[in-house]
Ligand binder design. Structure first.
Ligand SMILES: [Zn+2]
Ligand SMILES: [Zn+2]
Length: 161
């Protein structure tokens, strides 16, 4: 009995020492769909979190994730080609600049940016020359409670005069 058990144990132990014991089945790359295997120098923890076959695919998948994040934040199509707000030339997101830069980008060139800046300045200037607000307008900005408190304080004073 005892000898038989120890024999089976030793058999298991022998199987265990074989390098094939730890099997890492190949994975499918989430970016290109190719199957890839764990390399000998790769840490088990690295393999566990690995979803892409190569650095290029990792960059693509990261970029796709970033696009999804940006679309969730700034609306779908925020990274699509769009016209310059000044001259109307179609702008495409070059790989060289970040998604956020492109989302913020409204003009194709420094010249157009300058024109747009001038336009926004004139809009601001127009806003500044708007007629000043009347006292009634400020009064209407108060909540009913504020009005009640203010009139309770000011009315007796006015009556005294
Ligand atoms: Zn891949
Ligand atoms: Zn332009």
């Amino acid at each position: 009995m005892t000898s038989a058990k120890s024999m089976s144990n030793s058999e298991d132990g022998f199987k265990g020492t074989k390098p094939e014991r730890k099997i890492f089945p190949p994975k499918t790359c989430i970016s290109c769909g190719e199957e890839f295997k764990r390399t000998l120098d790769m840490q088990a923890t690295t393999w566990r979190t690995k979803k892409t076959c190569s650095r290029e695919c990792l960059n693509v998948s990261r970029n796709n994730a970033a696009i999804k994040r940006n679309e969730a934040k700034h609306g779908a199509g925020c990274l699509d080609d769009k016209p310059c707000q000044v001259c109307g030339v179609i702008m495409t997101k070059a790989d060289s600049f970040g998604n956020y830069v492109f989302i913020r980008k409204r003009t194709c060139s420094n010249e157009c940016a300058g024109v747009l800046r001038k336009e926004t300045y004139t809009v601001h200037a127009k806003k500044q020359t708007a007629p000043p607000k009347t006292l009634e307008w400020y009064w209407e900005q108060h909540t009913p409670l504020q009005k009640l408190i203010h009139s309770a304080i000011t009315r007796p004073l006015l009556r005294k005069k």
